[in-house]
Write a protein that binds this ligand. Sequence first.
Ligand code: C6P
Length: 419
Amino acid sequence: MTALPSAAFPDAFDVARVRRDFPILDQAIHGRPLVYLDNAATAQKPRAVLEAMDHYYRESNANVHRGVHTLSERATALYEGGRDRARAFLNARAREEIIFVRGTTEAINLVAQSYARPRLKPGDEILITHLEHHSNTVPWQMVCEQTGARLKVVPITPDGALDLEAFERLLGPRTRIFAVAHVSNALGTVNPIAELTARARAAGAMVLIDGAQGVPHCAVDVQALDCDFYAFSAHKLYGPTGIGVLYGRREVLEAMPPWQGGGDMIRTVRFEGSTWNDLPYKFEAGTPAIAEAVGLGAALDYVDRIGLDAIARHEAALLSYALERLREIDGLRFIGSAPQRASVVSFVVEGVHPHDLGTILDHAGVAIRAGHHCAMPVMDFYGVPATARASLACYNTTADIDALVAALQGARDLFGGRG
Ligand code: C6P
């Protein structure tokens, strides 16, 4: 994966037109036009997604894989169509490698409990990084407690990039799993996942990539990456909440036991014992998120229509503009400044707590996130309890950044520029 280009705004990208696809953006908050800059938490949904889900419920709602009636067949085709779209989006070899889960968090827990827990033993090591979201830390801590394996952490440099020399030192014959974020949600750092994956696999480790913040901004090809697992959530990619994807290399998934038991994941059930369904159903117990799979498919179609490369170029130009404009604010300190960044600006403003900033900005119609961003170790590294975070999507504009800067200046004035 290459760095996101920091270029001028692409000519062909018609952001005004893109904005018209997102009805939620057209509203006032506290009497001011909504400026939505909390996209790393969840992105807004285009009309195409809303309509696909609405259409599904109006015309085709039924349970999947069970009924012989027409609605059930329609629902099954639509649900499985979402899987085919996800396969194509990640360029996985086979649809059996696409497991629908609730989101990135569930995907990582599935791998931790079904892949790692039965295999790891005392002396084995799981390697993560200091940049990880709690979702890519806590499930591994739990597995370490359950198996006696040890958690090792690749440190970061002061600008918020991974310390690659330390990675080389920490990667060893005991490393069984390397789990890494594609893009850091707290700092926006884009990790060199292709190189990291190649090194970890050469050292004999399994590689899981947390793509929650990766897929909205960078094209992903799991075959080219050659990772074992790649996880993402639909809701950060203009799709609905409640569904995400775990890509797993087929032979690895075949060798894993199911994680949850219930309907659809079995072939036979007797009181003496049960046998498991084929992939991907072995990992999809119970009635799945059917409308959400339809919405995910529609979101992937939408992103394809606009073009992920065009989105990435637009966001990179916007990020450069935001960094430049935010420098105008007295007392603003960026948290994280890695050379390879995507769509996230984290900062603190002297004399104003990030939570106060978040509230003041909301009154100006500007939605950002303030807090530890589920990345407490990153906050500890920078010695701050929290940051303010603005995160970008395809529909954001320079006017949004101007509104953010004006609202921040207002907050500084309100707090009397105290430092
Ligand atoms: N980050 C944020 O505001 P879920 O909640 O399962 O859809 O995604 C979890 C997750 C995992 N990894 C990364 C890198 C993430 O950014 C997230 C979600 C949101 O930054 C909510 S904390």
